[in-house]
Every structure is written in C-alpha cells, then in structure tokens.
Design a protein around this ligand. Structure first.
Ligand code: ADP
Length: 854
C-alpha cells in the first residue's frame, strides 16, 4: 500500500492459507475455504468477531492447507498479503465451505508463527510500510526513470482498450490519481498473468524490483493486444470484443471497488489445454461437437459452481477414452493351441471350441459372431481360459464382475444430471485398459439381479448384440461409442438363471468338473508350481507326491473345480515356508535338543514338522537344509487337520429304504441320498428336505407306479396287502434338508428306494442312479451326466444307472473313469430295479415276462 495509507495492520495476524490464486495489495479475490484450519479461522474470527480488526487476515499464497488439522502445518510462503475480509458466503453443498471475498491491503512478512491450532496466528512485519519511509526520496529520484517508464507502458496499455467502456475510462483516470507505487500491484492483478508471475510480484519487496518485474508483463500484454487487434481489424464482432474487454473487467478491482474476480488464469489455461486435447483427439465428429460445446460452457462457468467440476471430469474422460486406439491382433492358431495347452490341462472340449472361434476370426476378420459363454462349476478355469484367450490374441484383458449387479446404470452409466454420476462399467473398463479392442470377461452373468433401478440384463443385451453395439450409448457419455471391436466372453455357473434374451445371444460351452486324475495332473502341472512360486519356495524345498494330492482331493475337498485344492496347497506351502524360514534362521547347526523339541510338539498340529517319507522319526528339523520337505499323509493331517470328508456311503445303505441318486448343481455333480420309511396311518405321503414341485410330483409318480405294479413285484405293506398305502403312511426324506432340491432326475432313485422299503431288500451300496420316470415306467433322459458320473466316481461308487438315451453322453467321460465304473443304461424301471439290487429284482410269479438285460 502507499505511504499515505491510514491502515496500520495489527502485529499479530491470523493466517489464511491459500494455494489457488495470489492476492496482491490493491486487488480483490474470491477464495474458497474448506480445510479444517481455514474453516476454524472463518468461524471464530469473521463470523464471531465484531471489531474491524477481526476482519483483517494474513493471506498466505502458494501454501495448501492440509485437509485435517491433525496434520502438521506445511511450510508457509514467506510473504503474504494483509487483507480485509469483505464478504463471507457459506454453503453446505457439496460439502461445508465458505467463499471469502478479500481485498489486499499491503505486504507483510512472517516473523514468527505464534500458534498453529485451531488456526495459525503469526507475528508479522508490515513490509510495504517499512519499505516506504526510507525510500520515499529514493523513489522519486532513483526510481523516477523506472516509474516513468512503467507509467508510460500502463497508459499505452489502457489506451489500447475500448475507452467507451466506463470501467476503462475509470482505469485511465486512476492511473493518474493513484500513487505510482501502488500501480505495479494493481496492474499485475488486472492483466493476464499466471499465479507464478503474481507470486514473483508479491515477493518483490523493494519497489525497484517490483517495477522491473512488472514492466515485461505489461509489454507482453501490449504485444498480445496488438496482435489481437491486427487479426480482427476488419470484423469487430461481439465475441471478440468480450475478449478485448476481458482485462478491463478487472479494472474495477482497485481498492474500494469490490467486484467479483474472474476465474483463475491458470484454470483457464487448463481449459484451453483441454480444448486443444478435444480438437486433437481421435474422437468421432459428433462426440467432438458435444465436447466443444461443453468446453464453451466451461469457459463461461465460474469455477466454484459444482457443475464446473462435473463438466471438466466429463471432458477429461472423453479425451482419455480410446476412441481409436487399439492393439494389433496377432492371431496364430498354432501358437494359440500351444498356449492354451500350456496354461490348461484337460478341458479339451472348451479348448477346441475356443480355437475354432479364434480360427474363424482369423479367416473372417470380424467379430460378428456369437458371444462365448463358459458355463460350469466354480474353479474349473473359466476365467483363466478367458485370460488365455486375451493373451493369445495379444489383447488387453479386463474382467467385469456382474455378480449382484442389479442396477442398469452399472452397465450403462448414470445421466450427468445426477450428483455423483459416472460412466458404466463397460466405459470404465475401456478407460482402464486404454484400447478399444480388449477382451472383456463378463463374469457371473447368471448372477445379475433385478431391481427398481431397471434390469441390467436388458442393458447388457445392447452391449452384446453385434448389430447394435457399434453405437453403444452410455448415459454418462451421451454419445455413441463403438464396442464392435471388443471381444466379450461371459462365464456363468448355470444357464438356468441367465435371462432368456441374453442366453439367446450367447453360445454356451459347458465346462464340466474334473476327475480325480485330472485334478492330480492340474495340481502337479499348474497349481503346485504356482503356489511354490507365490510362497518363495522351490521344488528342492517342498515336494508333494501324487498320493498326497489324491489325499487332499478325496479327504479335504469336495468340489468339481480345483479352487479348494488350490487353497489347501497354499496352506501346505505356508506351513512349509515357516519351517524353511525357521530352518534358514537357525542354520544348519540344529542340535539334537531341537529335534527332540520338535518331537514333543507333534501333538499340537500347527507345530508339527511335516514328515519326510521313509523317516517317521523325529529327525525332521535336523535334516540338512538341502533335503526337501516331503508331505506325506501324516504330515497332511498335521497341517490341514483331521480329514473333512469320509466315505460314508456303505454305512448309510445298511438298511432297506435308502438309495443313492445323482444330482446336478451349479457347483458340479453330487450324491443325493433318498430315505424312506413307513408307519401305520391313513395312506399319506410326507415329503421333507426342501423339495421343489417337480420333485414332489416325481415322488407321487413313483408311488403310483409301485402301487400299480405291486403284485407284479410282490411288494406288500406291513400287513401283507398289495395295496401299499392301505393303513400305511410313507415318509420320504432327502437329506441335506437345508438345501433346496428340484428336478425330475430323482425319479428312478425314489422308485428304487421305495421298492427297497416295501420288499425289505437292501439296495446295492455301490450303485448310484439318475433318470426321469413316467407313469408307465419308462426312464427318460436327463442332463448333467458328466458331472453326475464324476461325483459318483469321486465317492468311490462302482455302478451308475443311467437312462438309455443318455448313453451318448458317456463319450465325454474320461477313459479312466469309464474303466473304474460300470454303466447300466435303462429304458424302463424294470431294468433300473434289476441293476440296483443284488441278484436283480425280477418277478418270480411271471418269470417269462421280464428278462433282465444286465
Ligand atoms: P472359474 O472362473 O471357473 O471359477 P478360475 O478360472 O478362477 O475358475 O480358476 C481357478 C484356478 O484354477 C485358477 O488359478 C486356474 O489357473 C486353475 N485352473 C482351473 N482349471 C485349470 C486347468 N485345467 N489347468 C490349469 N489350471 C487350472
């Protein structure tokens, strides 16, 4: 401030930390206050204080205030501007903040920070005033020339502007009436300058430096204006006038004239940068037009408007999206085959279909084909095959988990009118991968939900339909994006819950579960090496023989895939890693006592050293370090605890009225026991075990068929009557009572179970069956044969009874499983019963009629 200023600033000032602009003495600035310390300052000084003095603050530029007051004060900029708070506007949206209007008075320098909390207060030294007195003379004499030169430029600049605008005329008058010393600050805040330049002017404490620093800025502005005027000499349209006047609007920011300041130069630079990016980006014309319109709006918008940030985010996303950026496909079917084979053991059918798909793409070079959908139990490698496909093609891979998604905006984005709106997962995914031809794995499409917010499946239809997806419109983008280059692969556990329209667009490839032998191979080829690697172990440190792997598979896991197996192998690696790390720590100098200790600890399972094969003694830890730790069944028990699953089949079949069925679930095949009992009653049938309608009907069918054939098979109730329900109630139960079961394939099992109950004969304990029945005793085909047969094999059964028309499905079953099991295909219930009971279930009364087909 000039020497004549009557304002003597207080020697202690509360400090307002800012980083978004530089307030110079003599100008006005609007600043947003939202950090903890600044908020405190506004509340206790401006909103509560009553004196004029309490409205004087020290504004420290270039110093971001930490968001919370728990954080330390950052280093403060040395020089600040004492300022008068003229207006405080509070708002709670989008979060609590104040907007302060402050007018700069004079420079000050921080002498000492007196306190930091709740807001910083400092002892300050007023700089402009100190500078003023000793140099008053000097200003006139030594700086005379400099200040004259400065004044000349200032006048030249103002006169280049349109003098008919009142503000410009006022500025011209002010140039003469204000003290020269005040002019550098005022003019710097009016003309186009960056924050950095303003900071330099603020830091120029001596008047000479200040004049020297400001003159180049004035010259630059004059040159700029000259250039501008030259280019539009001929057509003076309105818009350009606005630009020409733009600097003049700041003229009003002289002391006393408190008008709203324009948005920050730096930000407008950003907007210009953004505009340039929009112009140079490869987006299609319609999108560019929308963007340019938004840029135009952005330029006119005050920065404090919430929409400003929204629009900017939108533009940034638009510029970032890979409109035209793609990776080049390298399609070599031979290499792809090798890669798929290397990454995945077994799953021949899936690999074959994937290769076919890739081959067609190679020949046809376009993607208009069905979307592949891998359907199978968890952990059978669906996701990892998807990843391999991306790898073979040399494309980016991105997984979109759809499980539980029940809002269509998740797929298609929110309209930009909503607060917190954002693009959908597809557009987000594209932004993440940065190319427009990635492989997108739509995981768990069968678990899409539905809610009031619309049906995400319907939105997916548009994404997946090759006819439509070249102009997929995300609500947030509001312009079309071409998805036709994206390769979509879907995965699901079951097709039953995939919406029909969606299923229609996909080619379902069933991925069945693995046999024990396949699991052992997968474990040794892929899982164990991967786990060893993840745990920093080497095969020289840990060895898991196949017999142990089989032990894990049969006793510790019951699954179609290999995910639990993988986890159990991980658990073994962890346990061994501890031992190896301990061993390294102790070095090879283990003494006998250690070995004995290890023996003593064997009772506690986690302490126990895995036993090396062939040495069940206590020498585990005493082994030289180069000996691998071998996991045998004993060590397995120590690490994983007692076996979780035991073979229980034969035990449960020790009385009449029990039979084993085979069920298919999304998690793979499973054994399903059926139990029946009879008691005195009035001919009622009770069914328990959470059954669906179809299953209940199967039970009624089974009873009806048995009643009508009771004589033929010599089935009687307790009192010897052929009317099976006479004075008899029947109860059928399907254990695992908490699991809902439905489907027709239990028909043959229910018949067998009831036949056993009424004949008093035991069903063979090594036989399982599946098949739908009709009232006339025919056996109809059912689905999921491979999974069901694998479940029977897993459980150690020997014979499987299937519908005759399912014979073709047996081809899918691996050779070793086929060798271990004997299959009986049945077309009618006679054949089923004959195969289910030892010695057949033939009828003595009319032997000629029924020939066993076994
Ligand atoms: P899904 O998607 O079917 O639930 P994942 O693809 O996540 O299953 O597979 C789980 C784990 O099992 C992965 O680490 C995968 O590498 C492994 N895996 C599954 N099947 C095979 C296989 N045939 N060969 C090698 N690894 C497999």
């Amino acid at each position: 401030m000039s020497s004549g200023s009557p304002i003597q600033i207080p020697s202690r000032l509360p400090l307002l930390l800012t980083h978004e602009g530089v307030l110079l003495p003599g100008s006005t600035m609007r600043t947003s206050v939202d950090s903890a310390r600044n908020l405190q300052l506004v509340r206790s000084r401006l909103l509560k204080g009553t004196s004029l003095q309490s409205t004087i603050l020290g504004v420290i530029p270039n110093t971001p205030d930490p968001a919370s007051d728990a954080q330390d004060l950052p280093p403060l900029h040395r020089i600040g501007t004492a300022a008068l708070a003229v207006q405080v506007v509070g708002s709670n949206w989008p979060k609590p903040h104040y907007t302060l209007l402050v007018t700069g008075l004079c420079r000050f320098q921080i002498v000492q920070v007196l306190k930091e909390k709740p807001y910083p207060v400092a002892q300050v030294e007023q700089l402009d005033r100190l500078e003023e007195f000793p140099s008053a003379l000097q200003t006139r004499e030594e700086l005379g020339e400099l200040s004259e030169q400065f004044y000349k430029y200032a006048v030249q600049l103002v006169e280049m502007l349109d003098m008919s605008v009142p503000a410009v005329a006022k500025l011209r008058r002010l140039l003469d009436s204000l003290p020269r010393e005040a002019l550098p600050d005022i003019l710097t805040s009016i003309i186009r300058t960056s924050n950095k330049e303003k900071l330099q002017i603020l830091d120029a404490v001596s008047l000479e430096d200040r004049f020297k620093a400001t003159i180049p800025l004035l010259v630059r502005q004059i040159e700029g204006l000259k250039l501008l005027q030259k280019t539009r000499k001929h057509k003076q349209d309105d818009e350009k006038r606005v630009i020409a006047i733009r600097p003049m609007r700041r003229v009003t920011h002289v002391p006393g004239a408190l008008e709203e300041e324009e948005e920050e130069e730096e930000d407008s630079d950003d907007v210009v940068l953004l505009e340039r990016k929009v112009r140079t980006s490869s987006m299609p014309e319609p999108a560019r037009r929308v963007c340019l319109k938004e840029v135009k709006r952005l330029k006119k918008m005050p920065q404090s408007m919430p929409e400003y940030a929204l629009t900017r985010n939108y533009l940034e996303l638009m510029v970032e999206l890979p409109w035209n950026k793609s990776t080049t496909d390298r399609l070599d079917i031979r290499a792809a085959r090798v890669l798929l084979d290397n990454d995945h053991y077994a799953m021949e059918k899936l690999k074959k279909r994937v290769l076919e798909y890739l081959a067609v793409r190679q020949l046809k070079n376009n993607l208009k084909g069905p979307i592949l959908c891998f359907v199978g139990p968890p952990g059978v490698g669906k996701t990892s095959v998807g990843r391999s496909v991306a790898k073979t093609l040399g494309r980016e891979f991105h997984r979109i988990a759809l499980g539980g998604v029940c809002d269509q905006s998740d797929i298609r984005g929110h309209r930009r009118t909503y607060v917190g709106s954002m693009p959908g997962r597809i557009i987000n995914g594209l932004k993440t991968v940065g190319v427009n031809n990635p492989v997108f794995l739509l995981d768990e499409v069968d678990k899409l939900g539905k809610s009031l917010q619309g049906d995400p499946a319907a939105a997916l239809l548009e994404v997946l339909d090759p006819e439509q997806n070249h102009n997929f419109t995300d609500h947030y983008l509001n312009v079309a994006f071409d998805l036709s280059q994206v390769l979509f692969i879907a995965t699901a556990n079951t097709t039953a819950t995939i919406p029909a329209a969606l299923l229609d667009r996909m080619e379902v490839i069933q991925v069945p579960g693995y046999t024990q032998e396949e699991k052992i191979e997968i474990a040794h080829r892929h899982l164990i090496p991967k786990q060893l690697d993840q745990h920093g172990l080497t095969p020289q440190q840990l060895q898991i023989p196949p017999a142990t792997t089989l032990g894990i598979i049969t006793r510790y896991t019951r699954e179609a895939g290999v995910r639990s197996l993988d986890r159990k192998l991980g658990a073994i690696c962890r346990a061994v890693a501890v031992k190896v790390a301990e061993g390294q720590h102790r070095g090879a100098k283990l003494e006998r006592t250690d070995a004995l200790e290890a023996e003593g600890g064997r009772e506690r399972s986690e302490d126990v050293e895995p036993q090396p094969i062939g040495d069940s003694g206590a020498a585990g830890l005493a082994l030289p370090p180069e000996m691998p730790i071998l996991i045998d069944l004993h060590a397995l028990k120590d690490i994983l605890g007692p076996p979780m699953y035991e073979m229980e089949v034969s035990e449960r079949l020790s009385q009449p009225g029990v039979a084993i069925g085979l069920a298919w679930t999304p998690l793979g095949g499973e054994l399903m026991f059926v139990e029946a009992s009879r008691m005195d009653g009035e001919g009622q049938l009770t069914l328990t075990g959470q059954l669906g309608d179809v299953m209940k009907e199967s039970a009624h069918l089974a009873i009806s068929w048995l009643r009508s054939n009771a004589k033929k098979y010599h089935l009687t109730n307790a009192s010897g009557s052929f009317d099976l329900l006479d004075n008899t109630d029947i109860h059928l139960h399907f254990p695992a009572g908490a699991v809902t079961k439905d489907g027709p394939s239990a028909g043959v099992t229910i018949v067998t179970c009831l036949a056993s109950l009424f004949s008093g004969r035991l069903v063979r304990s090594d036989v399982a069956m599946t098949g739908e029945i009709t009232l006339r005793g025919l056996v109809l085909p059912v689905g999921g044969i491979k999974d069901k047969v694998l479940a029977a094999h897993r459980a150690g059964l020997k014979r499987v009874i299937l519908p005759q028309r399912n014979e073709k499905d047996l081809e899918e079953i691996p050779g070793n499983v086929r060798r271990d099991l004997s299959f009986v295909t049945a077309s009618c219930l006679d054949e089923v019963l004959n195969a289910a009971f030892d010695g057949g279930f033939s009828v003595k009364a009319r032997p000629g009629l029924l020939n066993s087909k076994l």
